[in-house]
Design a protein around this ligand. Structure first.
Ligand code: MG
Length: 391
């Protein structure tokens, strides 16, 4: 292919925050840090494909983190960051993109401008890195207590990621550097005598390393956002059968629900609630009942698609509240499984999902046992101002 692939290095095992979870899987406004990072590249028009490099033991966490995102399959990295970068590059050999961006998973606030500038610099240069000048005066100290000298900062730059490279050149450079430990991928390029250009980075594109960084990230994610609400409603009628699907859980029952897909009214209402929050039409627009592809389709696809649209807009689902309205089957025994399944489909913590049930005291179609209704409310945090606001 020609084009540009983003490699996100998520192979680190470190959490300096005490817990066993690697920091790239820690929660940031309802989604793992890694999900924010990957979504930023997946949403960028100059990036054709995105691949994460992960640890084998993180595969389940990765799958939960990335539900709904359109990504290449992850590859397993090595013991060191540099080895992970090289293995990621090797994994693209058959694809042979023109350009590759290599990015730290723990920089979730990479902005579209930084990505664009890095890619554009590769028109003329084999390598480019986003960088910022130093605002603080630099001192050198030999013992950590006393100033030995003031360092001229005029020619010093702080370098971030994504670092961009022409693919063939950086792959060759990484192969040549294997076994020698270098600071970053640009250093690997420098060792191979590739010219590395500086482009303007962004202060918000910081690496989450300390507890303070995580607190700053949480402030940032809520500071530049607005909360939206959407609601959904759906009904399916009973026909002969032996089970129903509700909120992604199969429940044995003496009737079945009739519909073009699997007739999961709970997931349909949830899907419409999320679509409503982002003004993206309704489930029928995205999955027309006239389309044979959706006949008998499991409705988790619809919900995952809606969650993916939110992520592609740079937003995130805050919480989702679903109410099932029926006399039977009894929902209570299945509620925990429903919450867990919905949480899995949209990649959100189960504490942010609610499934409730009520009857209508025997009144109306639900009360007469003719069908099941479901309603849902979704809250979605979106960047502010959002794409489209200007129009
Ligand atoms: Mg429906």
């Amino acid at each position: 292919m020609s084009g540009c692939v983003a490699l996100v290095l998520a192979g680190g095992s470190g959490s300096r925050f005490g817990g066993p979870t690697p920091k790239q899987y820690l929660d940031l406004a309802g989604r793992p840090i890694l999900a924010h990072t990957l979504a930023a590249f997946a949403a960028h028009p100059g990036v054709d494909a995105v691949r994460a490099v992960i640890r084998a033991e993180d595969r389940a966490a990765y799958d939960r983190a990335t539900s709904g995102l359109d990504l290449l399959d992850p590859v397993i990295g090595g013991a060191e960051r540099q080895e992970s970068a090289r293995l990621g590059l090797e994994s693209l050999a058959a694809m042979a993109p023109d350009r590759v961006l290599i990015h730290d998973a723990a920089r979730p606030f990479v902005d579209a401008g930084t990505i664009s500038r890095t890619i554009a610099a590769l028109d003329d240069m084999p390598a480019a890195v986003p960088a910022l000048p130093l605002a603080d005066t630099l001192k050198r100290s030999d013992d950590g207590r006393m100033v030995a000298a003031t360092v001229d900062r005029g020619r010093l730059w702080r370098v971030q990621t994504p670092q961009g490279f022409r693919y063939a050149e950086i792959l060759a450079a990484h192969r040549a550097a294997a076994g020698r430990v270098l600071t970053d991928d640009a250093a690997v390029a420098e060792e191979a005598d590739l010219a590395v250009a500086l482009v303007t980075g962004s202060d918000d594109n910081f690496k989450i390393t300390t507890e303070d960084d995580l607190a700053r990230a949480r402030r940032l994610v809520t500071g530049a956002a607005e909360t939206r609400i959407g609601q959904g409603f759906d009904v399916h009628g009973f026909v002969a059968g032996d089970h129903v699907m509700l909120c992604g859980v199969r429940i044995p029952h003496e009737r079945a629900l009739f519909g073009h897909s699997d007739a999961d009214a709970g997931l349909h209402a949830a899907t419409d609630a999320i679509l409503g929050a982002i003004g993206a039409g309704d489930i029928g627009v995205h999955f027309p009942p006239s389309d044979p592809r959706w006949k008998g389709a499991p409705s988790d696809r619809f919900l995952a698609h809606a969650a993916g649209l939110v992520a592609a807009l740079g937003g995130e689902i805050v919480n989702l509240d679903i109410t099932l309205i029926c006399e039977a089957p009894r929902i209570g025994p299945h509620r925990a499984a429903m919450v867990a399944r919905v949480a899995e489909i949209i990649g959100l913590a189960p504490a942010r999902i609610s499934v409730k049930a009520t009857t209508t005291e025997g009144l109306g179609f639900a009360g007469r046992g003719e069908g099941i209704a479901a309603q849902a409310v979704a809250s979605v945090r979106m960047p502010f101002p959002a794409a489209g606001d200007a129009g």
